[in-house]
Design a binder for this molecule. Structure first.
Ligand code: F6P
Length: 385
């Protein structure tokens, strides 16, 4: 029974779901891509999207290789059940990813020179060439910002938020974050035993470009004594005083958890390699800077560990597998409802569609009065301020 219309497509009443739905035959072929830095849970989402689309709606799903680069170079393949079977617990992405290739600012080499051009029309024509009815983009703020531009260019886009940084607005959690926290917490636990045995200061640098969620969560979960996040510029004197005080009352070791984007009051972020494009600038080194300064001012042996890409590899945690599976399933549901230009978002325990445009307006930074910061301060953790 036709009960209405959405975007000129008749809506049918589904007695099982007790709601109006767009008939499945309206959407036949969709594609999905994973963009930005990889993280645990991407394969779980790919599996969930593909199986939900195939099993519930008889839709063909194409996987695009290497994020938006695959749409520029026309590299996509049909995903069969066997392609997405057995990948739930595997890290990385079977599709490959890229955090460099923005079709609106695509870098090509012409006669030995690097030229930046807009190849977004190529993407649009590949989308139509393959008769795609929608494109699911799985990514963080960079990927979703590009996805949003394609939505404005008329493509039917659905977003799924991922990043170990958890810095995307409008969603309480992105998948990948929980797994990265677990890796970092485990590393902090391991450093604890060696730090206390050798009476050393152990500095651990974790990822977190502009937002300190990962350092905060892993630092609190791992019992870090000092946690430095980009949102709270640190003072080295305050850190050293804290380390000394701990020594005075018998704690002859300290654990300092540093987000790679942390900076001193009035200071700058520390880069391994700077590039014209901010997303290509490689952060890293603040752990060594802080470690050297602590050793100089406290005269306590200080060692530095940079966790790096270990945080992005390996199997997703149970939390991320569940979130990824729910996100993938819900993404197909909102796609069937033609809520294009939206991404799925976790708010409390429920998943809702939210406009991608809203999610990418700004980064979700750690509020200074966040309950975890308050709780950490109350148990004696210093933020170096
Ligand atoms: O955005 C996720 C993230 O892991 C950041 O925390 C980090 O700064 C960046 O990616 C590193 O990217 P790449 O692997 O390209 O160096």
């Amino acid at each position: 029974m036709i009960v209405g219309a959405y975007c000129n497509t008749p809506l049918l009443y589904d007695p099982l779901k007790k709601e109006a739905v767009v008939p499945s035959h309206a959407i036949k072929r969709i594609a999905l891509l994973t963009g930005g830095g990889d993280c645990p849970g991407l394969n779980a989402v790919i599996r969930s999207v593909t199986k939900t689309a195939m099993n519930d709606h008889n839709i063909e799903v194409f996987g695009i290789e290497d994020g938006f680069l695959g749409l520029i170079t026309n590299r996509l393949r049909l995903l069969r059940n066997s392609d997405v079977s057995g990948i739930l617990n595997i890290g990385g992405t079977i599709l490959g990813t890229s955090n460099r290739d923005d079709p609106f600012r695509f870098v090509q080499t012409e006669s030995g020179q690097k030229v930046i051009g807009d190849v977004s029309d190529t993407v649009v024509s590949h989308y139509h060439e393959h008769k795609l009815d929608a494109l699911i983009c799985i990514g963080g703020d960079g990927t979703l910002a590009i996805a949003n531009k394609f939505s404005q260019k008329g493509l039917n886009i659905i977003g799924i938020p991922k990043t170990i940084d958890n810095d995307l607005c409008e969603t309480d959690y992105t998948f990948g974050f929980n797994s990265a926290v677990a890796v970092a917490m485990d590393a902090i636990d391991r450093l604890h035993t060696t730090a206390s045995s050798h009476h050393r200061v152990m500095v651990i640098e974790v990822m977190g470009r502009y937002a300190g969620w990962l350092a905060l969560a892993s630092g609190v979960a791992g019992g870090g004594d000092i946690i430095l996040i980009p949102e709270i510029p640190y003072e080295i004197d305050s850190i050293c005083q804290n380390v000394r005080q701990r020594n005075e009352y018998g704690k002859r070791f300290s654990i300092v958890v540093v987000a790679e984007g942390a900076k001193s009051k009035g200071g700058e972020m520390v880069f391994q390699k700077e590039s014209e494009k901010p997303e290509e600038s490689r952060l890293g080194g603040v752990g060594n800077v802080v470690g050297r300064q602590i050793e100089e001012c406290t005269e306590i042996e200080t060692r530095v560990t940079v966790l790096g890409h270990l945080q992005r590899g390996g199997s997703p945690t149970a939390f991320d597998r569940l979130l990824a599976t729910r996100f993938g399933h819900r993404a197909v549901e909102i796609l069937m409802q033609r809520k294009f230009g939206h991404m799925v978002a976790l708010k409390g325990t429920e998943i809702f569609p939210v406009p991608i445009e809203k999610a990418i307006q700004q980064l979700k930074l750690v509020p200074l009065d966040h309950p975890l910061i308050k709780a950490a301060r109350s148990v004696g953790t210093s933020f170096g301020d």
